[in-house]
Design a protein around this ligand. Structure first.
Ligand SMILES: Cc1cc2nc3c(=O)[nH]c(=O)nc-3n(C[C@H](O)[C@H](O)[C@H](O)COP(=O)(O)OP(=O)(O)OC[C@H]3O[C@@H](n4cnc5c(N)ncnc54)[C@H](O)[C@@H]3O)c2cc1C
Length: 489
């Protein structure tokens, strides 16, 4: 069994178990419009506890953090027996798992994130996973300071052409140029307790902590801590996601298959398989013969692409750009994550400075290996066919670099490493998501989608809940009724 290669070759993937053609269909959800029910969903139908009377064929669609962490929790469930339960993780990218948002996110894990029911389980699970599997070394787990920074930015002449839209992130965004907030701080309103965060403050007017030396104090108007000690942590999202898959595979009974799922097959209201296009070469060839992986349970975890397989899901994607910067070796990069609001002077055109100032709000994450990650706002670029087709806009990456460099000499003088973009899965219905649970009318079809800006934080809670549902018949670690698919589909 190999990681990141097509390991399905020893299994017959070309046929689904025989079914009456009349009753077999590629799953398409009911024609119900996107309505929200007022009462909790009916009890789940997924089945019995894990007495394992029949073998399980579980197919997870999507090798992002939700899919890979779900593979981990299923394979570590007390009832998991490798000879009786087989898990296939199907991923469309030709470059391996975590090529989307899960490999390109900041990596914040916060007790003040949302929704609370999921966060309460997830944060403690992050702590446990890090302790049990050496998360500090393996995926950069650590507690961090986290604050909201407000101040002014100064663009240096050595930061490229000052007049070329440096502050105008909109110029670098999608077709219609709409800027979208990633909305991470929405969870804070009910959580912020000034008394609790007071000891973290520096006794200076700005509130900047003493060890936060990598932003200019002179340019700082204010710094507000977002939470108390040990309430905010971080992981390296790519390392966490790939570690979850590797740990799942180490249990046996877990295969990684590269291919793009094209349909969910069901017979008599019960899932029987996943149709997919094996993608041995990039781009995935439509001419290649479709294959089917038999399934007793399907877990849909395809991030922003989830509604391409279950069209009634109110999920869309928001593209966001990010960069990594390696500061000079002697730079003091203390462990902080900053949500910034930077007022920048207007760009100059033909030597003339315009009148309007520009507000930029990049998020900046110091990482344990000394690298710094920064991301800009979201935009409305259309969702491409697969994660491998995401277009990276150089200008948007350059904007992020100029903005963070405008408040930090250490970042300005650093070397830019990655310039990347990814699609955040967003839920379009009021109240947001994620959406977690079994789909009514499709026994065995479980969705774990729409994690918006908190999927890294909430992956362990989601995955644990799904493992309980599939292996034990019900979710016991949390009350996730408000996230049930019947409220969204
Ligand atoms: C800039 C940015 C910063 C962020 N920072 C944070 C943060 O600090 N903390 C936090 O908690 N969250 C953060 N997030 C949010 C987090 O990244 C997402 O919520 C999370 O990664 C979603 O994980 P996922 O597995 O659902 O989706 P994805 O990571 O998108 O994975 C879905 C996978 O499914 C695959 N797939 C899609 N369609 C198919 C198909 N048909 N067949 C097979 N495979 C398919 C894709 O190729 C992809 O690999 C951030 C997001 C962005 C964009």
């Amino acid at each position: 069994m190999k990681l990141y290669t097509t390991t399905f070759n020893e299994r017959d993937t070309t046929s689904v178990r025989p079914a009456s053609p009349a009753r077999s269909s590629i799953f398409s959800p009911s024609s119900k419009s996107h309505r929200r029910h007022l009462c909790p969903p009916p009890t789940n139908s997924i089945r019995r506890g894990m007495s394992q009377l029949e073998p399980y064929e579980i197919v997870i669609i999507g090798g992002g953090i939700i899919g890979c962490t779900t593979a981990y929790y299923l394979s570590h469930h007390p009832s998991f027996i490798p000879t009786q339960t087989h898990i296939t993780l199907l991923e469309a990218s030709t470059h391996g798992p975590a090529q989307g948002a899960s490999g390109k996110a900041g990596g914040l894990v916060a007790r003040w994130a949302y929704p609370k029911a999921l966060v309460d389980v997830s944060f403690d699970e992050h702590v446990r996973l890090a302790r049990e599997h050496g998360g500090e070394e393996r995926w950069g787990w650590r507690y961090v300071g986290c604050g909201s920074w407000t101040g002014r930015g100064v663009i240096q002449t050595d930061q490229g052409n000052e007049g070329k839209g440096y502050g105008d992130a909109l110029g670098a965004l999608g077709k219609k140029g709409k800027r979208r907030s990633l909305e991470k701080t929405l969870g804070l309103e009910e959580h912020l307790d000034p008394k609790r965060s007071a000891p973290l403050r520096r006794k200076k007017k700005t509130g900047l902590p003493d060890d936060l030396l990598w932003v200019s104090e002179d340019l700082t108007d204010s710094y507000e801590p977002m939470a108390g000690p040990e309430e905010t942590a971080q992981v390296h999202p790519y390392q966490f996601t790939t570690s979850m898959l590797a740990l799942a595979q180490s249990r046996g009974g877990v295969d990684y298959v590269q291919g793009k799922a094209t349909g969910i097959v069901q017979v008599d209201g019960k899932v029987t398989g996943v149709e997919y296009l094996p993608g041995l070469e990039s781009p995935i060839s439509e001419i290649a013969l479709k294959k089917t992986i038999p399934a007793t349970h399907i877990i849909l975890a395809a991030g922003a692409w989830s509604s391409t397989l279950l069209s009634n899901l109110p999920i869309t994607g928001t593209r966001a750009h990010s960069i990594t910067i390696r500061p000079p070796p002697d730079a003091p990069i203390a462990p902080y994550v900053l949500f910034t609001t930077i007022t920048l002077p207007s760009p100059t055109t033909h030597g003339q400075r315009g009148k309007r100032t520009i507000i930029a709000d990049p998020e900046i994450y110091a990482r344990p290996d000394g690298e710094v990650y920064a991301c800009g706002p979201g935009d409305d670029a259309p969702l491409p066919d697969t994660v491998d087709d995401v277009v990276v806009h150089e200008e948007a990456c350059e904007s992020v670099y100029r903005h963070v460099g405008a408040i930090s000499r250490e970042l300005r003088e650093g070397t830019v490493g990655k310039r990347q973009a990814c699609f955040l899965p967003t839920v379009t219905t009021e109240g947001g998501g994620p959406i977690v649970g079994e789909v009514e009318g499709a026994r065995g079809l479980v969705v774990a989608v729409g994690h918006t800006c908190w999927g890294i934080c909430n992956a362990p809670g989601t995955a644990r809940a799904i493992s309980e549902l599939v292996m034990g018949g019900e979710i016991t670690c949390a009350d996730l009724k408000t996230l049930h698919p019947s409220l969204f589909l």
